[in-house]
Ligand binder design. Structure first.
Ligand SMILES: Cc1cc2nc3c(=O)[nH]c(=O)nc-3n(C[C@H](O)[C@H](O)[C@H](O)COP(=O)(O)OP(=O)(O)OC[C@H]3O[C@@H](n4cnc5c(N)ncnc54)[C@H](O)[C@@H]3O)c2cc1C
Length: 391
């Protein structure tokens, strides 16, 4: 068996593995190796709805969302490559009891330069003519939000990282890990890879990888469903993404190519032991239930057709916020996991901040709130809407 020596080894070629690899190389690291068991962007990232909104009540989340949005909106210039950025704006509706926390978030967004404002139902209807607001207590809107293509984004980071000298080995599953005080060795069917610094970016598969070192991180894997619905009238690409906090599933929907609306949920989903057991089959009961919820918000969808569906894994941490940084008591070991279904939008600047942390450089957008040891220390992050994907 051959052994390849690297300075930094990244496990996982999803969005976080590739964004971090790119930022490491850009910030001066040499001999960075990424091990990906399948293809770049073949894990949770491939299933993402890739919405990039800044509505967060926790300041660190909002800062990363705002700074990352700037990267998505100008990706070709700032990083290089086309990521399918589509600016739509974002309408958030909630029950009356959410009015006070929501107004606080709007103010905070304004302080970061995001143009969020509270709208009347009549004003909101001008932006999205199919919506009904009969049961909502508060409506907010910003024009900055959009979505990108998760596959293009991850592959753009991978391509730029390769240009800067990063080696990305696809079809290279890690099958074992051995640590000494100086070096970690990753075993793969094609040979070993050794490095003094290892970064775990294996998304929902991080714990199976960490188990080789006797470690486990506090997150749960759950199955989330996405469906697309269609009516005769084309669903316009310039209609805003909608987040509906009045619904138990905290649904969100956005335009998708093919004149359809794409609908996902912000609930806890169905816990699963193994992310590899997920299939794309979406149960009819789910389609029927979500269709009713959509018809309540958009009466024109009362007889909509179900056109497609898939499922994807969330890696949900106890406070629905990521675990990013050094793993205490394990010299040279870093992790980025627990993105809890909202990690796409944060990847540009969290990848940057993690790279800066690993290299001992000044961190531009701090990640100290995401300390992987916070739960063991009895701390957790808490947002205005309680624990959940809008935190
Ligand atoms: C249905 C769905 C909708 C979402 N919608 C949004 C959204 O609208 N907005 C938003 O901000 N976020 C969203 N997210 C969340 C976001 O997409 C994820 O947080 C993010 O993509 C996670 O990236 P990752 O790199 O951590 O994980 P992954 O993409 O899962 O990457 C991990 C990689 O590790 C590899 N790997 C696993 N085991 C091994 C091994 N043994 N050896 C080598 N490689 C290994 C995997 O193959 C995979 O490529 C959504 C997620 C899902 C599932």
């Amino acid at each position: 068996m051959t052994t390849t020596n690297a300075d930094i080894l990244i496990i996982g070629g999803g969005l976080y593995g590739c964004s971090t690899a790119y930022h490491l190389a850009k910030n001066g690291a040499r001999n960075v190796v990424v091990l990906e068991r399948k293809a770049v962007s073949s894990g949770g990232t491939a299933k993402s709805c890739a919405i990039v909104r800044t509505h967060y009540s926790i300041d660190t989340n909002m800062r990363h969302a705002v700074e990352s949005l700037k990267v998505f909106a100008d990706f070709d210039h700032l990083v290089g490559g086309h990521v399918g950025w589509h600016r739509t704006g974002y309408l958030i509706v909630g029950p009356a009891e959410h009015a006070a926390p929501m107004r606080k978030v709007f103010k905070a967004q304004n302080s970061y330069g995001i143009d969020t404002a509270e709208l009347t139902p009549a004003e909101a209807l001008k932006i999205h003519p199919l919506l009904s607001f009969h049961d909502v207590g508060v409506i907010g809107y910003d024009s900055f939000t959009g979505f990108a293509d998760p596959y293009l984004t991850t592959n753009a980071y991978a391509a730029r990282a390769r240009e800067l000298g990063v080696q990305i080995h696809t079809n290279t599953p890690l099958t074992g890990l051995q640590r000494t005080s100086q070096l970690t060795t990753a075993r793969t069917p094609g040979g070993d890879f050794s490095a003094p610094i290892v970064i775990l970016c294996a998304g929902p598969w991080t714990n199976p990888v960490a188990a080789h070192m006797g470690l486990q991180f506090p997150y749960e894997v759950s199955r989330h469903k996405v469906i697309t619905l269609k009516i005769e009238r084309p669903y316009q690409m310039d209609w805003p993404i909608v987040k509906d906090l009045t619904t138990p599933d905290k649904i969100y929907f956005r335009p998708e190519t093919g004149d359809v609306v794409l609908v996902g949920t912000g609930d806890h989903g169905e816990p699963v032991q193994d992310a590899d057991t997920l299939t794309d089959n979406v149960e009819l009961q789910h389609v029927e239930r979500i269709s009713k919820i959509i018809a309540n918000r958009m009466p024109a969808f009362a007889n909509a057709n179900f056109t497609a569906g898939w499922t994807g894994p969330y890696d949900i941490s106890p406070d629905w916020n990521p675990l990013v940084g050094a793993v205490a008591g394990n010299e040279g070991l870093f992790v980025a996991v627990g993105f809890s279904g909202h990690g796409f939008k944060l990847a540009p600047t969290i990848g940057e901040a993690l790279a800066q942390t690993v290299l001992g450089q000044k961190v531009r957008v701090p990640i100290t709130d995401y300390d992987p040891g916070r739960f063991a220390a009895g701390k957790q992050l808490s947002g205005a809407y309680g624990i959940g994907s809008i935190s």
